[in-house]
Design a protein around this ligand. Structure first.
Ligand SMILES: [Zn+2]
Length: 367
């Protein structure tokens, strides 16, 4: 038995065959689900969340597959600042946030408690790293080697985000930071999907001024054309509205072959709110997606959902958009783009893991 496991661990071709058998079995079993979810936080800003078995119940037959991750930042409960009132969200307190790497171990442990069939419906992501730290890429490598057979990508991690960036203890994240280049280089080497949150602009930007972080983001994306990158929320933030030219900015990226490795997720109720705000907004969004149907993914951005109705809120908010898309495009945004991107990444990461053994002395679970 030991011998057999070891053969599997070191043979990319065998892993590939197993992997594709599992995928075909999965797609044969689940023809009726409504969507795959490319963006789900199983835990919240104080690292509490939904039990993974309960979450599978919430997915039920409505959801096919889900990319799951924690939240890399922990809201500190500072008694000096908040006294008895323990904050649960970053807007509830002036106390700082800090990077909480244990989130990755927590997600991996929860995932490993599931059956192979349950696991095949989830794509765990590594998120507990500090993107200003040159050692962040080493954290990602360490997590992959400690928990082989678990992760598909990295993220959601954040560079610029309204009130969050300034609240993080230590250095403010930056698109110009070489630590970010190391992270993206390593993701490309392994084949990890990257989900990055970067507001396209500063909060309450002056009307008519160019979005502050659009060009710096494009420079970074262009420099990492070997990585598969999903720009979360299309760059929209809580108080960073999709300005009049938002669709035009996205189209500039979408039509430029230098950005063929970049997709967008339309997750978050804040994004859905803008898209569904008027027939005009829905029409502009649907038009853009129809022109680039392979480049958008649906995600919920739900945080530790407690019930199916809670979890389906964003999907339902998008009804006007679903009704405005052709059946073929809707199917891509809701299902096929996820399967293409995450299947490809799973296969590449398993292959990388099979040639990079875990650190000596750690227990190696079978793949
Ligand atoms: Zn998110």
């Amino acid at each position: 038995m030991k011998q057999k496991r070891s053969t599997f661990r070191h043979s990319p071709s065998l892993i590939g065959v197993q992997f594709f058998c599992l995928l075909s079995a999965l797609s044969a079993q689940q023809p009726q689900f409504e969507f795959n979810d490319s963006h789900l936080h199983l835990t919240n800003y104080i690292q509490e969340g939904t039990d993974i078995h309960k979450f599978l119940e919430i997915m039920g037959t409505t959801t096919g597959r889900v990319a799951i991750f924690g939240i890399p930042l922990q809201q500190q409960w500072s008694f000096r600042v908040d006294a008895e009132r323990g904050p649960t969200y970053y807007l509830n307190s002036d106390a700082p946030l800090y990077y909480y790497s244990f989130t990755d171990a927590w997600i991996a442990t929860a995932y490993k408690a599931l059956s192979p069939q349950q696991q095949s419906r989830l794509d765990p992501m590594i998120t507990g790293f500090n993107p200003t730290d040159m050692y962040a890429a080493d954290h990602i490598r360490r997590v992959l080697r400690t928990f082989p057979g678990v992760f598909t990508g990295i993220g959601e991690f954040t560079i610029h985000k309204e009130f969050v960036s300034a609240k993080v203890a230590g250095s403010v994240a930056s698109l110009q930071d070489p630590a970010l280049d190391r992270i993206l280089d390593f993701a490309a080497e392994v084949g990890l999907v990257v989900i990055i949150h970067n507001d396209i602009d500063v909060p309450f930007a002056k009307e008519g001024s160019p979005p502050a972080y659009l060009n710096p983001m494009k420079v970074v994306l262009k420099r990492h054309s070997n990585a598969t990158i999903i720009w979360a929320h299309t760059g929209v933030g809580r108080v960073v509205r999709p300005i009049k030219d938002h669709a035009a900015h996205l189209e500039e990226i979408l039509r430029d072959p230098d950005f063929n490795h970049v997709c967008f997720d339309i997750s978050w109720d804040e994004v859905a709110k803008y898209v569904a705000a008027s027939p005009e907004a829905t029409r502009i969004t649907a038009g853009l997606i129809e022109r680039y149907p392979d480049r958008f993914l649906f995600g919920t951005d739900a945080v530790a959902p407690t019930s199916q109705s809670d979890y389906l809120k964003v999907f339902n908010q998008y009804r006007p958009l679903w009704n405005s898309l052709s059946a073929a495009t809707r199917d891509k945004v809701l299902k096929q783009n996820y399967e293409r991107i995450f299947n490809d990444a799973r296969h590449k990461v398993r292959t990388w893991e099979s040639t990079h053994r875990p650190p000596q002395g750690t227990h190696t679970p079978p793949l």
